[in-house]
Ligand binder design. Structure first.
Ligand code: HEC
Ligand code: HEC
Length: 282
């Protein structure tokens, strides 16, 4: 029912034709706004389709260059099929994207635009996902969305952020900075800015250490688990060094591979210790 309404309102949007745009990027953007945003807007509650921030990331991770990206997105969007879909979860939750008989030349322009655009992290979308998983009582899903939100959206508009900024020098403040640096690496990858990626990764590798007082409290609280906690920190450090190297070598596939490993390395510690350490300080 909802889908039919969306599709009906879309056909109205399709009537509008593209004016002489000064660049392919501008044309692609306009077509994207007319043909895709109605479902792919990250502001929709409930969501109708995955936000482009994630779609772009997934397709960049699956392709080596812009041409391959454009071909893969175009192939999917003109004739969606389960075989081609990279996003298995959205397919399960929202159903396969409908085949809308889109014009291939238009979709190619759109796909090139999607490749080059810098999409904001889907703040609102993740908030909705947190809320609905909480309502369902699905703690695991809630944690997953919350962690993504915390890791990516520390720059979210003030009203959207629930936690207050922490005092500097505390583990919490260090973590908030890591969150920003991590997001900066993501952003730099999306912009194909190797220098910015190297700088942000260097900040992660050389992040501030908690004060001795904080460290002692953590050690006292975690006791025998302290060595595993340190190991988790060591993994993030090593990976940050590797990311910096891949960025300096301008090796995009390697950079993407290592950066996506980073989220797992951050989460490995969060899953085991975040709530425990929080309890120590509260
Ligand atoms: C009627 C709603 C709707 C419209 C309009 C729409 N999409 Fe989608 N799209 C979806 C849904 C739902 C999904 C998630 C399920 C899936 O992946 O098939 C999706 C997923 C995608 C994916 C990821 C597919 C995958 O799983 O690998 C791409 C790429 C995509 N859309 C591109 C586009 C482009 C480009 C446009 C505009 C030309 C567009 N979409 C318009 C609903 C829509
Ligand atoms: C060695 C363990 C460990 C590693 C590795 C780790 N974190 Fe954390 N992180 C924590 C703990 C513990 C907290 C909770 C601190 C608190 O609330 O006092 C936390 C909290 C956070 C927060 C939330 C801060 C807030 O406002 O409450 C963010 C954001 C964050 N981490 C980002 C990251 C990122 C990004 C990485 C990887 C680059 C990372 N963390 C790696 C242990 C870790």
């Amino acid at each position: 029912m909802k889908k039919t309404m969306v599709l009906a309102s879309m056909s109205l949007l399709w009537v509008g034709s593209v004016h002489a745009a000064d660049s392919d990027f501008a044309k692609g953007k306009q077509l994207f706004q007319q043909q895709c945003l109605v479902c792919h807007s990250a502001q929709l509650d409930p969501p109708q389709a995955p936000p482009m921030f994630g779609v772009q990331m997934k397709y960049k991770m699956a392709t080596d260059n812009k041409q391959a990206f454009v071909e893969r997105v175009t192939s999917f969007a003109t004739h969606p099929s389960k075989d081609k879909a990279l996003l298995t979860k959205p397919v399960k939750m929202l159903g396969l994207m409908p085949d809308m008989g889109l014009d291939e030349a238009d979709v190619k322009l759109i796909a090139a635009y999607i490749h080059d655009e810098t999409f904001a992290p889907p703040y609102k979308h993740l908030q909705v996902a947190m809320r609905t998983s909480q309502q369902r009582g699905d703690k695991q899903a809630y944690r997953h969305h919350k962690q993504r939100y915390d890791a990516m959206c520390s720059d979210a508009p003030a009203a959207a952020v629930t936690a207050a900024p922490a005092e500097s020098g505390t583990l919490k403040a260090i973590m908030q900075q890591l969150g920003r640096d991590y997001a900066a690496v993501d952003q730099a990858i999306l912009m194909q800015d190797f220098n910015a990626a190297a700088t942000a990764a260097n900040h992660i590798a050389n992040h501030e250490k908690p004060s001795l007082f904080q460290k002692m409290k953590i050690m006292a609280g975690l006791r025998t688990e302290m060595s595993a906690f340190k190991q988790a920190d060591g993994k993030v450090h090593a990976l940050a060094v590797d990311i910096e190297q891949a960025a300096k070598a301008k090796d995009m596939p390697l950079l993407i591979q290592r950066q996506s490993g980073m989220l797992s390395a951050c989460m490995a510690c969060h899953t085991g210790y975040r709530s425990k350490v929080k309890n120590i300080f509260n």
